[in-house]
Design a protein around this ligand. Structure first.
Ligand SMILES: Nc1ncnc2c1ncn2[C@@H]1O[C@H](COP(=O)(O)OP(=O)(O)OP(=O)(O)O)[C@@H](O)[C@H]1O
Length: 576
């Protein structure tokens, strides 16, 4: 757990918390001594003055304990809260730069649990450590020493009590710790089902799967609850047992102590103080047992957080990266193969093309034929296993990821919008863009009209862009991609939610725009009309590039392309 704390926890606060905690322990250990003093030298002798002076001493020490305890809590919570804040920041920063492969490995729901619940576990245990973990052993040793000072014979009771206590704590830990560790995974599962339910609520209702989904959630929920119930049942047995042991110890001390008082080998005040020290020793044991139970859970959380923080991306950057001098850049694929991790087959195979600045590449193929995979490789979200991808004649692996990000502007298949205004969303691509540039991009993307009908660039965008239709969201995502100053513009099936007319107007506007004349455009489409004007079209079938050429060439020579045309003409006839 310490590796997640390293460089993230404020050492000043930790140091301060430990100092005040030590002062608190010293004061706490001193108070029973004063009590015994009052009883032995004040009450027994009827010396009121002695009682008052000792009483004032006790009050001062108590006040000192209260202040030390307050400072300890303050500094310990400061340290743990700051640690949580730093951890959340670091995980979020890491997530922002994660490759797609890394995302696939952990999963969004688990990432959310790790950033929230797991961090809270670490925070809680840090607070606990700074409050109790160091206090308990000091208190135990100090109280044992003081108790021994008061009566050596009575300390023998602990020879019997402590082993019993250790056995009880050991048994509890044996059963509780694995259950505590399992808790985080169960929360992950619960979050996953809940998240899927939330995002897919419309689909669930449309397919009348609410009962099935409810049952799925119930199963995950019950699983988590059962686990938590089991843990707390174990704890529920442990606490009364501890109380029983404490009461037994008290009775034994009173029994033997009374005998020592009767034969005058012990003073009454010393017995009272001894009992307090005995309780302090047992309380320290209880504190330690709690720590032993909670630390493994936090340890499991720390491992999960560390998994994220230490994740090494497969996408490696060279220490010495090339710089692109020419802008705009050509795009070239040379016999590129790529397969996802763990997949038996390649998602794309032998893809080979060259598009020059100012040209448009069209990509067509059935669902699952590898279109999105291909465009992901352009932005270096994954690395090709064989072959070469070149940007302006440089292997993209020799460029910095920043340079690639700067050069490639992507409108993804699933339009993602963020909560804010239309202006905020469009400026994601270029924070320096002025309103005129934003409106120009909206015009090209055929989004200006419906935005004008609202509050223009100040129109609010709800979370996930929920206040826009699918087609409107796509047009806004296209506009955002156009606002960015890049040299390669990738539209991954971005026109699919547009009607034929809007699709055609948008492509025309793109074609006529003077800025786009010198850029490379990559248009992925399912409809022939979307890609027909492209300078180079590649046809994908089950990941394999089965054709390359212009619309006319492919129409004449390529069977797959001809079949796509035929199926679409048939579709149009049937539809209308
Ligand atoms: N993250 C992933 N992990 C493993 N396999 C994947 C992943 N993404 C896609 N695939 C697989 O790779 C193949 C190509 O998928 P891809 O998304 O590139 O197809 P596509 O042509 O864009 O499909 P569509 O038109 O339906 O969006 C499919 O068989 C798919 O199952």
């Amino acid at each position: 757990m310490f590796h997640v704390m390293k460089n993230r926890i404020s050492l000043m606060s930790v140091f301060g918390a430990i100092v005040f905690m030590s002062l608190q322990v010293l004061g706490t250990l001193y108070i029973p001594n004063i009590t015994s003093d009052i009883v032995n030298n004040g009450i027994t002798r009827g010396d009121t003055h002695y009682i008052i002076v000792a009483g004032i001493r006790m009050l001062v020490v108590s006040l000192f304990v209260v202040i030390a305890s307050f400072m300890n809590v303050l500094l310990a919570s400061q340290a743990s809260q700051k640690l949580g804040q730093n951890l959340r920041n670091d995980i979020y920063r890491k997530v922002l730069y994660m490759s797609n492969d890394e995302f696939d490995q952990i999963g969004t729901s688990s990432l959310i649990t790790r950033t929230t619940n797991d961090v809270v576990q670490i925070q809680n245990v840090t607070l606990m450590m700074l409050r109790m973990m160091i206090m308990a052993p000091i208190m135990m040793i100090g109280a044992s020493f003081m108790a021994y000072q008061k009566n050596q014979q009575l300390t023998k009771i602990f020879v019997f009590v402590l082993p019993i206590l250790i056995i009880v704590i050991g048994i509890t830990m044996y059963f509780a710790v694995p259950l505590f560790k399992a808790m985080q995974k169960k929360i992950d599962r619960l979050n996953l089902v809940f998240r899927e339910g939330l995002t897919g609520v419309r689909v669930i209702r449309a397919f009348r799967q609410d009962d099935w989904e409810q049952e799925r959630f119930d199963v995950a929920n019950k699983d988590y609850t059962h686990n938590a119930q089991k843990v707390f049942s174990i704890m529920a047995v442990m606490y009364p047992l501890m109380t029983l042991i404490m009461s037994g110890t008290n009775i034994s001390i009173t029994w033997f102590g009374a005998k020592y008082i009767a034969n005058q080998s012990m003073e009454v005040g010393n017995l009272i103080a001894f009992m307090t020290y005995a309780m302090q020793i047992l309380m320290s044991c209880m504190m330690l047992s709690m720590i032993f139970v909670f630390v493994p859970r936090a340890q499991a959380s720390a491992t999960r957080i560390n998994e994220v923080l230490k994740m090494k991306s497969d996408i490696k950057e060279d220490t010495q990266t090339d710089v692109l001098h020419n802008e705009p850049a050509d795009l070239q694929f040379e016999q590129v193969d790529f397969g996802y991790q763990g997949a038996q087959e390649c998602a794309i195979k032998a893809v080979d093309f060259h598009v020059k600045a100012g040209q448009t590449l069209g990509i067509i193929g059935g669902t699952g034929s590898g279109k999105t995979t291909l465009v992901s490789l352009i932005a270096r979200m994954y690395d090709a296993q064989t072959g070469l991808i070149k940007l302006d004649n440089h292997d993209i692996r020799s460029l910095s990821l920043r340079e690639i990000n700067d050069q490639v502007s992507l409108a993804p298949q699933k339009a993602v919008l963020f909560k804010g205004t239309v202006r905020d969303n469009l400026k994601y691509g270029n924070s320096k863009a002025n309103d005129e540039q934003l409106w120009h991009a909206l015009e090209i993307a055929q989004a200006a009209d419906f935005i004008k009908e609202e509050q223009g660039l100040d129109t609010l965008v709800e979370q996930g862009g929920d206040n826009f239709s699918g087609g409107q969201k796509q047009r806004l995502a296209i506009a955002r991609a156009l606002v960015k100053e890049a040299s390669i513009y990738v539209f991954d099936d971005s026109f699919s939610a547009l009607d034929f007319k809007t699709d055609s107007l948008l492509r025309q506007a793109l074609h006529n725009d003077s800025r786009m004349q010198s850029k490379v455009m990559v248009i992925v489409g399912q409809r022939i009309s979307t890609i027909a004007d492209a300078d180079v079209i590649i046809v994908l079938d089950h990941g394999k590039m089965v054709g390359r050429g212009t619309h006319q060439e492919l129409k004449q020579n390529n069977r797959t392309y001809q079949e796509i045309i035929k199926s679409q003409i048939k579709g149009e006839t049937v539809n209308g």
